[in-house]
Design a protein around this ligand. Structure first.
Ligand code: DAH
Length: 358
């Protein structure tokens, strides 16, 4: 934007006009590049403030001749308007910028909310509880810190009984212990109410175990108890068969093997037929790894409630019979989800839990 200087004007005036022109250009460039409101304010003071060079020029206009005055006056006035305008525009632009960085930009892609999901153990427990509830069992609860009476004595396991060795646990200073199985809840429920009883209980149990891929000192069990007049072993088998089929699939078979538990007589261990090889023991000629070629998967323990247990809770052992069963939830979940190490259930790595459930 050149300025036409008439030919009659003195050389000093021409220099002044050039200076105004340079100032204007310099100011426009600097204002356009101002990165924030603070530096813009500094530029305002420098180029348009009371002590700016432009103001100095404008205030000295009176000393000029009548011909020179309008030339400098219009050049300086024009430069000032252009600079004021540039300052205003830049200020608006910087303000808009700082506002938008504080506020929400609806054009950005949204942040995906972190949606939690059930831990595989919780999912498995819920499923087991649902099936058993649908068969008429209600859910009972008991403490994880319990006493020797509920964990052992009332379950026909006196202090000198060798079965205690397999249930070594963590004892507290006050003589209480961390329960080694959910069978404690059988006793608690029977102490509180007369037969008939049809309850399940699930929860954390503890044992003084050496931790490896299939054993942990913290694990979960689910337990069932049915007491009434005339309850039979056939009903136990029917109940567990139904449970097995609902959890493992319609063609699941059940097998009872004689066993010993202090609190049941007779006692059995029960197996489900292997869901991986459909009980064949092999898949396409090679040994099934899940059931180790046997066609059966060991699940848990069960039996008819020992009369001594009824006596411990003041039930009439002549009148009532009952069945009970109990098994580890981790074990069923491991088979169900193909998990090969029990320690993973307590792993805080979310990559583990994210693989399961919805
Ligand atoms: N409490 C047993 C255990 O932890 C499992 C068990 C076996 C529970 C037989 C029962 C039962 O209710 O009848 O090894």
């Amino acid at each position: 934007m050149g300025i036409n200087v008439p030919a009659f004007v003195a050389a000093e005036i021409e220099i002044m006009v050039r200076e105004i022109d340079d100032l204007r250009q310099e100011a426009i460039a600097a204002i356009g590049a101002a990165a924030d409101l603070k530096s813009l304010e500094e530029l305002r003071v420098h180029f348009a403030g009371r002590r700016s060079r432009l103001r100095e020029i404008l205030s000295s206009i009176g000393k000029l001749s009548a011909e020179e005055r309008p030339i400098i006056g219009s050049a300086a006035g024009k430069a000032q308007r252009v600079i004021d305008n540039a300052l205003e525009q830049r200020q608006a632009a910087l303000e808009a910028l700082s506002e938008s960085s504080d506020s929400f930009d609806i054009t950005l892609p949204g942040r995906r909310p972190h949606i939690g999901r059930k831990h595989p153990l919780t999912a498995m427990t819920d499923e087991l509880v649902d099936v058993l509830r649908s068969m008429g069992f209600s859910v009972a609860d008991g403490p994880e810190v319990d006493d020797e009476f509920h964990n052992f004595d009332a379950l026909n396991t006196p202090a000198d009984h060798p079965a205690r060795d397999e249930h070594d646990t963590f004892y507290l200073d006050d003589g209480n212990l961390l329960r080694t199985h959910t069978s404690t809840v059988q006793i608690r429920v029977m102490q509180q109410q007369p037969p008939p009883i049809r309850v399940i209980s699930q929860g954390r149990c503890y044992r003084k175990e050496t931790v490896d891929a299939t054993h942990h000192m913290v694990f979960h069990q689910i337990e069932g108890l049915y007491v009434d007049e005339g309850v039979s072993l056939a009903e136990l088998k029917g109940t567990l068969t139904t449970l097995g089929r609902r959890i493992m699939g319609d063609r699941t078979e059940i097998r009872f093997r004689p066993h010993f538990f202090p609190f049941t007589e007779p006692s059995v261990e029960f197996d489900f037929s292997c869901t991986i090889c459909a009980g064949e023991g092999q898949i396409q000629g090679s040994r099934c790894r899940v059931c180790k070629g046997t066609g059966w998967i060991e699940i848990g323990g069960a039996g008819m409630v020992d009369p001594n247990v009824f006596r411990a809770v003041d039930y009439d052992a002549e009148k009532y019979t009952g069945f009970a069963f109990g098994f580890g939830i981790e074990r069923v979940a491991m088979i169900r989800y193909g998990i090969d190490d029990i320690r993973l259930f307590l792993d805080s790595d979310l990559r583990f839990t994210r693989q399961f459930g919805g």
